[in-house]
Design a protein. Structure first.
Length: 286
């Protein structure tokens, strides 16, 4: 390669222009029916588009097509029909992803998120009577040379409405904590390439894939990806062990302890006054 290196490269293919994209999503004829074989083909085409060109945004609709293909029946379920309608809209509205070619010239933010169920000082793996669920978020802003530490209690009623009635909500709470970071700190994260550390493999996998077999978690991953696109931030998710996750402290309501540790270690200001904002949540279909 000769000449100057462009600052950004656009993921692009001439085979899928704005006029061609709507044709990728067929309109069932007759309405309410789609051949399983065609659903499987459509799932493959959309998976390529949404992964290779649009950075996985919208992949939450694909599991329903795979399920429809394996069902053997051409009758569309409500889930599959809504997914087709969603894909017909999202494929037209999205623009190809731009990937930076040059390394960033300035340091980028870092994010740590965590969630925990606790009762009488004991960490729990599932909701139990009398326990509480708390999410914690820690953000490092190099531009302002300061940390932000925040926590928020979640009620069982909120988790049931958003994710349905389940035996455990730890993965869902972990994903919700991650999504809340982009609602709470848009001024810090806009236009950046942050590293986001999570200690729950289930929530991490859903966010990395942009989809999940548990529909409410997949929908939240989609909304998070859209929010990141809106802010213009390109996120790299990474696993961190629980004992190395600084957000573990605010998830235990120890935000002040986390702040003291960060001040002592890095000699920078720590802001603990910003309240956590949750993304808009849809009511889960029971």
């Amino acid at each position: 390669m000769s000449g100057r290196v462009p600052p950004r490269a656009r993921v692009h293919t001439l085979a899928f222009g704005p006029r061609v994209l709507p044709a990728c999503v067929p309109r069932p004829d007759p309405p309410g029916r789609l051949a399983p074989r065609e659903a499987l083909s459509l799932q493959g085409r959309c998976s390529f588009l949404l992964t290779s060109i649009f950075a996985k945004i919208g992949r939450t609709a694909l599991p329903s097509l795979q399920w429809h293909a394996s069902s053997g029946s051409p009758a569309l379920s409500t889930w599959a029909r809504q997914s087709l309608e969603f894909l017909a809209e999202v494929l037209v509205d999205l623009v190809p992803t731009e990937v930076p070619v040059r390394p960033p010239r300035v340091h980028q933010p870092s994010i740590w998120t965590d969630a925990m169920f606790e009762r009488d000082g004991t960490r729990l793996n599932a909701w139990q009577e009398g326990c509480k669920c708390t999410i914690g978020v820690v953000v490092w802003c190099p531009r302002r040379a300061r940390f932000f530490v925040s926590d928020l209690d979640l009620s069982l009623e909120l988790l049931e409405l958003a994710f349905g009635v389940r035996e455990t909500y730890i993965g869902q709470a972990e994903e919700l904590a991650a999504a809340a970071a982009y609602e709470t700190f848009p001024d810090v994260l806009a236009g950046t390439r942050p590293m986001h550390y999570i200690d729950n493999q289930g929530a991490l996998g859903v966010l990395v894939r942009g989809a999940g077999h548990h529909a409410p978690m997949g929908l939240l991953a989609h909304k998070t990806a859209l929010r990141q696109r809106e802010l213009g931030c390109q996120v790299w998710y990474e696993y961190v062990a629980s004992k190395a996750n600084i957000a573990d402290l605010p998830s235990r309501h120890d935000s002040q302890l986390a702040a003291r540790m960060l001040r002592k270690r890095f000699r920078v200001p720590v802001d603990t006054t910003r309240p956590i904002r949750l993304p808009a949540l849809s009511v889960a279909v029971q």
